[in-house]
Design a protein around this ligand. Structure first.
Ligand code: DGL
Length: 220
């Protein structure tokens, strides 16, 4: 064991505003079972998705700072609003630590899944209004048609542990209604779950979306 690099023994730090990032933690654990993982959910200040860019960026640097104090080798920003606005600050403040966000990975997955190029993004308010997914998808596929829908209530439902059943499906129906029209009209074929809380409601969302729509999980 003497040739083990002590740095490689450090954990990977993962953070989100709440329980959503655990979907990312789970995906990392499945792929890298040998790694030590350290998770921070900033539940005291949840939600991030309704706050402005400056506030989210400040919270993200503070949350990451708590993890850095413990020592880790890679930071995973398992929070879309923070991935959308705080990457420059995080990369600068914690350099040379590598920092990975979820938006670029989600855009990669969306573009490789969609055949028609008509892609819907379900996310929180700030992720939708900031347009990070639209830009990231267009950077990969300039002719893509991107629809965005803010679904902030999904975050509260996931935090409450209400992930299945009639209530969740009826909220999903409200949010997905315009997208389902779009599917009929223009061949929408892919829906990005652009918030790490949303995969917790995946079953209900898939039920409402129907089989022809591919759901892409930005956490995965
Ligand atoms: N889980 C986060 C996301 O990926 C944010 C939820 C929130 O705090 O609004 O969008």
């Amino acid at each position: 064991m003497s040739n083990l690099n002590p740095v490689s023994e450090l954990p990977i730090g993962v953070f989100d505003s709440g329980v959503g990032g655990l979907t990312v933690l789970k995906a990392i654990r499945e792929r890298l079972p040998q790694e030590h993982l350290l998770y921070l959910g900033d539940t005291a200040r949840l939600p991030y998705g309704t706050k402005g860019a400056e506030t989210v960026s400040r919270y993200a640097v503070q949350a990451a700072g708590h993890l850095v104090e413990r020592g880790f080798k890679l930071l995973v920003v398992a929070c879309n609003p923070a991935s959308a606005v705080a990457m420059p600050a995080l990369t600068k403040v914690f350099a040379p630590l590598p920092v990975i966000g979820v938006v670029e990975a989600g855009a990669d997955a969306a573009v490789s899944t969609s055949v028609s190029g008509h892609i819907a993004v379900l996310a929180t308010e700030s992720t939708v209004h900031g347009g990070a997914y639209t830009r990231a998808i267009h950077a990969r596929r300039p002719d893509a048609v991107v629809f965005s829908q803010a679904c902030s209530l999904f975050v509260a439902l996931a935090e409450e542990g209400w992930t299945h059943g009639a209530l969740v499906e009826s909220v999903a129906r409200e949010y997905l209604h315009p997208l389902l029209d779009e599917k009929k009209r223009d061949g929408l074929d892919t829906v990005v779950l652009g918030c790490t809380h949303f995969p917790l409601l995946k079953q209900a969302i898939a039920h409402v979306a129907g089989e022809e729509l591919q759901l892409v999980d930005s956490g995965e």
